[in-house]
Design a protein. Structure first.
Length: 385
């Protein structure tokens, strides 16, 4: 690992920044306020190769890794146009299919995921099984050569813009009778599949949904990987999820900090820019430091993951997600405080980030569950739950 990005990564960062700035926060908010999707930006990002930069080249992807996809996520978020489905479609679903899918499944799904023409949601959370994936009750049972899936999912992102959902269900071990997690691709137009939108107090074009699977019948090739793989395949998508969540939080924090710094340089009180006062300057400097530290941990996690060390990537991926969420919330809050009353106006676009920044502490895994992970795994403390 080097602390200087290669020319290729620097060029990618600049290219993504150019695309993101072409659209910007106002485009993002206009889409949210008018109940439109960011289809134009998503389509262009796919055509430029940004969405599938991490996916295998032989199936239409860019052949790079999570480090590069995190660059895409960070720079898009840093322009005020964070795209949540980047976390879900190419990072979680794309990585899982690339690692565990058959050649036929890869040929069917990865080219579309890579160029953005296909979007896939990810369904794991349930009403009674949030952070505890061991309690998932959605089940898949065999019926000849087919599978029948039944259950319910909640807080599933982007189902209304997805052609399929990668569902985490449980199959029964015929020898022990125990239920084990398995992964199934469920088309959103499958008979028995339905969804309802959850009203969220967030300005975001990408919506949240409750899913209902009522005896959804699937062909044998809907199963990704082995039905006996248990949690190992599922966790292969969670490190990329945390890396991307970190990138999004760092990018959002950068956007808020840039707004605050510009205002602190421009706003003059008592014949001096307010940024010349330590009460303004020091908190912003702290935000810069904490965002950079979170970014370094994110880059460490991505590097380890791309090197094939998935278990080694787990600790920094979780730590990066925690640190990035904390830094993002602090930075957005400080941006509002720096702008004062203007920080709450529509004109400056800072207040809209307050609820979005809070989401970085909650999803896709809460800071409390990350602290549990670090306490048990890194420190060797007894399990607390």
């Amino acid at each position: 690992m080097t602390f200087t990005e290669t020319e290729e990564r620097t060029a990618l960062r600049e290219a993504v920044r150019g695309l993101a700035n072409k659209y910007g926060q106002q485009y993002f908010l206009d889409c949210a306020n008018s109940d439109r999707k960011t289809d134009e930006m998503w389509k262009e990002a796919g055509e430029l190769g940004f969405i599938g930069v991490n996916l295998p080249e032989e199936y239409g992807g860019g052949g790079a890794g999570m480090y590069e996809l995190a660059i895409v996520m960070e720079e898009i978020a840093a322009a005020g146009t964070g795209l949540l489905m980047l976390v879900v479609s190419p990072a979680i679903c794309g990585n899982i299919i690339a690692k565990f899918g058959t050649d036929e499944q890869k040929q069917r799904w990865i080219p579309g995921l890579a160029d953005g023409s296909v979007t896939m949601a990810f369904g794991i959370t349930e009403p009674d099984a949030g952070s505890n994936s061991h309690n998932i009750t959605t089940t898949a049972r065999r019926d000849g050569d087919e599978w029948i899936v039944s259950g319910q999912k909640v807080f599933i992102s982007g189902v209304d813009q997805a052609q399929a959902v990668l569902i985490v269900a449980r199959t029964e071990d015929s020898k022990t009778g125990r239920l084990k997690p398995a992964l199934f691709i469920v088309p959103t137009d499958a008979p028995g599949f339905s969804h309802t939108m959850i009203d969220m107090d967030l300005k975001n074009p990408e919506k949240q949904f409750t899913l209902f699977l009522d005896d959804v019948r699937l062909s044998a090739d809907a199963l990704i990987g082995s039905e006996d793989a248990a949690l190992s395949q599922l966790f292969a998508g969670l490190n990329p999820e945390r890396i991307m969540a970190s990138a999004s939080a760092v990018g959002m924090g950068r956007f808020a900090l840039e707004k605050a710094v510009a205002y602190a340089n421009d706003r003059t009180v008592w014949k001096a820019p307010i940024g010349s006062h330590q009460a303004i300057a020091h908190p912003l400097a702290q935000c810069k430091i904490e965002l950079e530290m979170a970014k370094l941990m994110m880059q460490k996690a991505a590097t380890l993951y791309d090197d094939g060390d998935e278990w080694g990537a787990a600790e920094p991926a979780n730590m990066a997600k925690y640190a990035a969420g904390e830094a993002c919330v602090k930075t957005v809050d400080q941006a509002v405080q720096t702008l004062g009353g203007n920080g709450l106006t529509v004109e400056y676009g800072v207040a809209a980030m307050v609820p979005l920044s809070r989401l970085t502490r909650i999803a896709p895994v809460s800071r409390e569950m990350i602290l549990n992970f670090v306490a048990q795994t890194s420190l060797g403390l007894p399990k607390s739950y």
